[in-house]
Design a protein. Structure first.
Length: 424
């Protein structure tokens, strides 16, 4: 158990902290693509469906809905695309003709699907044996050739409900083959933008370490040590919870938790979603379970002012994969950690929420080569500090990105007004 979580702690140190960051949101218009905006809802409850997948059928192009259930997707005319597919865990996938959709104001309703274990033939395997098989079958279910991804990456820092930092970019990714565990994914920035909105009275400056490498590390199939490695699978308890539909395919839902408590290392619990037919991992969700939160802060915080305590309140993660042409591909990942900031002799605590998310929006296996070393983003870098050389507020054009939430939109508008006043 100890060896396993030592590897995890190395991953976590990349994820969070030393403390500021924020960007403007301007959208350029071009004529060689079509933009479609809308919201995805549960047909029965009318609740928003967050992190749903929106894909152009018969292509590698896609995006996800935001925390408000909203989406925006840009479709190049050259694709000659006919349909969009909308999918999420526990819902029947829906295919919608593109010609039936407006530029904005679309509402897509998905039908919830519930499948009982009694309604299917369950494999004669225990939950743990299914997890073992899923980890062993990665060469069959995932790419064994290198790929080039285009992805949208965003990281934010919030102080209570106010955004004090937003950084985002379109990045190019060299995705290493899944049958070569020691070959690492590489990232280079194509274009990006950032902004910050920190009052002079603020004394805590939050910076996120690792940038786009954080969601890439959440690819637990490529990087099993991030969560559960085959070598340490006996350190966890597994339970078959249910069977659910994802993209109209049945998935086992298997929960896991550590067999022992250990506040010396990060402890996680969560769920694997595993395709019934192929035994491919399609989604994984997990969160921090350490009871001693002050001790747990050591896993996340690399540097902080003397006397101040940064205590993790919540830490949760999700990674999703999408099947195309018989293989499953890394599709989306998000990590979010909420910290409580305690100062000596101060009556009230301050809360910070740090979020990092990535959606892969296109990919190719044609003419794939590793990036030049000088172009590659370093893994221990502060992403926001690297964006100055790549800043271009008007570049977004045909590139897909995650629609900002309502509060994020407002933060951007405030920042732009402030920026204009300062530069008059």
């Amino acid at each position: 158990m100890k060896s396993s979580v030592v590897k995890m702690s190395k991953f976590l140190l990349l994820i969070m902290i030393t403390l500021i960051l924020i960007p403007a949101y301007i959208q350029a218009q071009q004529v060689n693509y079509r933009t479609i905006k809308g919201k995805i809802k549960d047909k029965e409850s009318k609740d928003n469906i967050i992190f749903a997948t929106v894909s152009v059928m018969n292509s590698n192009v896609g995006i996800v809905s935001n925390t408000e259930g909203e989406f925006i997707i840009k479709i190049k005319d050259s694709l000659n695309a006919k349909n969009l597919e909308f999918a999420h865990i526990g819902y029947k996938s829906k295919i919608v003709p593109i010609n039936s959709l407006k530029e904005k104001g679309n509402t897509i309703y998905l039908d919830p699907v519930s499948v009982s274990l009694d309604e299917i033939t369950v494999r004669p395997l225990s939950a743990e044996e299914i997890i073992r098989a899923a980890l062993q079958l990665k060469e069959k279910n995932y790419s064994t050739v290198p790929l080039n991804f285009t992805a949208f990456y965003r990281e934010t820092v919030q102080k209570r409900k106010d955004y004090i930092s937003i950084s985002e970019a379109v990045v190019d990714i060299y995705k290493a083959p899944y049958n070569k565990p020691f070959e690492k994914d590489l990232v280079k920035i194509y274009k990006g933008r950032k902004g910050s909105n920190v009052k002079r009275a603020d004394t805590v400056m939050v910076k996120l370490i690792g940038g786009p490498y954080i969601p890439l590390l959440l690819d637990v199939v490529k990087n099993p040590y991030t969560l559960i490695d085959l070598a340490y699978i006996n350190d966890y308890k597994f339970k078959m919870e249910n069977v659910m539909s994802i993209s109209n395919r049945l998935n086992y839902v298997i929960s896991f938790e550590p067999r022992i408590e250990n506040d010396e290392v990060p402890i996680f619990s969560g769920k694997y979603y595993i395709d019934v037919k192929s035994l491919a991992i399609t989604t994984v969700e997990f969160s921090l379970e350490n009871k001693n939160r002050e001790k747990a802060s050591e896993f996340f915080v690399k540097k902080k002012p003397a006397g101040m305590k940064l205590i993790p309140v919540n830490a949760k993660y999700i990674a999703k994969y999408k099947k195309t042409g018989g293989k499953f591909f890394f599709n989306y990942a998000r990590g979010e950690i909420e910290f409580k900031c305690k100062w000596p002799k101060k009556l009230f605590n301050t809360y910070y929420t740090i979020t990092s998310e990535m959606a892969t929006t296109d990919r190719t296996a044609i003419n794939v080569t590793k990036f030049n070393r000088k172009e590659v983003l370093k893994k221990n870098t502060v992403f926001a500090e690297e964006l100055a050389a790549f800043n271009d507020d008007d570049f977004w054009g045909e590139f897909n990105f995650i629609e900002p939430g309502v509060s994020l939109e407002n933060a951007m508008k405030k920042y732009k007004r402030k920026y204009k006043r300062q530069n008059k």
